[in-house]
Design a binder for this molecule. Structure first.
Ligand SMILES: Nc1ncnc2c1ncn2[C@@H]1O[C@H](COP(=O)(O)OP(=O)(O)OP(=O)(O)O)[C@@H](O)[C@H]1O
Length: 234
């Protein structure tokens, strides 16, 4: 793949005598939206942590080109900082001048339709709003790679659907490479260029939903990759 934003080669991660990632290979192209599915405990979050630079106690290579931002399942906002100050938390490490912070926060909050909440306290926000602040905090760094660790998992179904639209819209406008970890097969098929299945510490299947004619059939195949039988789904 030309010009990837993330390249993982032979990545192995052990916790004690347990091997969670086992020679994993993965490439995320510039501007590509990749979704990662896998059963609970299959190592999805572990992979994201390695790519985010939060864990380097590994064998093999995990290289990211450029800036990487992460949004987690829980928004993780600091309650003693106003919304806009939460948004710019990561900018200090990027060497951005403090004087630009307010304007950059307002721009990012406008993108997630929360401009009017810039001076609110995080605890006054709804779950969906807090998650959008977390997205603004990730986007404000203009990442080359955006890591999303089940960012919609804790939201109600309606909010989740509107977040899908928002993320798709932001991705089309800014075109970061995205690696989205999710449990939700439909979410993965709806949002991603490529859907990968992680099992036994490796990527065991890859699908391209935008090229699929028969969506129901693709959904069944992905569920089968995950070890879910049709009887269980029916
Ligand atoms: N710090 C740690 N110490 C020991 N074991 C760990 C640690 N972090 C993760 N693990 C183990 O590694 C395995 C993979 O965890 P990980 O959180 O990556 O899975 P996951 O696929 O993200 O799961 P889920 O979908 O449930 O969030 C699990 O068995 C977990 O118990």
């Amino acid at each position: 793949m030309a010009n990837p934003v993330a390249e993982v080669r032979g990545l192995t991660k052990r916790f004690g005598d347990r091997t969670v990632l086992d020679g994993l290979e993965l490439t995320v192209g510039r501007g590509e939206f990749v979704a990662l599915l896998g059963r609970s405990g299959s190592g999805k979050s572990t992979l994201l942590r390695v790519l985010a630079g939060l864990d380097d106690d590994v064998d093999g290579r995990a290289e990211v080109t450029g800036t990487v931002s992460v949004a987690f399942q829980q928004p993780r906002l600091l309650p003693w900082r106003k919304v806009w100050r939460n948004v710019v938390l990561g900018l200090r490490q990027d060497g951005v001048a403090k004087s630009r912070n307010r304007a950059l926060a307002e721009k990012a909050l406008t993108e997630v339709h929360l401009a009017e909440h810039a001076d609110d306290w995080p605890l006054t926000l709804s779950g969906g709003e807090a998650q959008r602040v977390s997205l603004a905090r990730a986007l404000v760094r203009e990442p080359d790679l955006l890591l999303l660790d089940e960012p919609f998992g804790a939201l109600d179904a309606l909010t989740r659907i509107s977040m899908h639209g928002l993320v798709q819209d932001l991705w089309r406008r800014h075109r970061p490479g995205v690696l989205l970890v999710t449990h939700d097969v439909d979410e993965a098929l709806r949002l991603a260029d490529r859907v990968l299945v992680l099992d036994g510490g490796r990527i065991v299947a890859a699908h391209r939903p935008r090229e699929a004619d028969d969506h129901d059939n693709l959904r069944r195949r992905v569920l089968a990759d995950l070890g879910v039988t049709e009887d269980a789904v029916a």
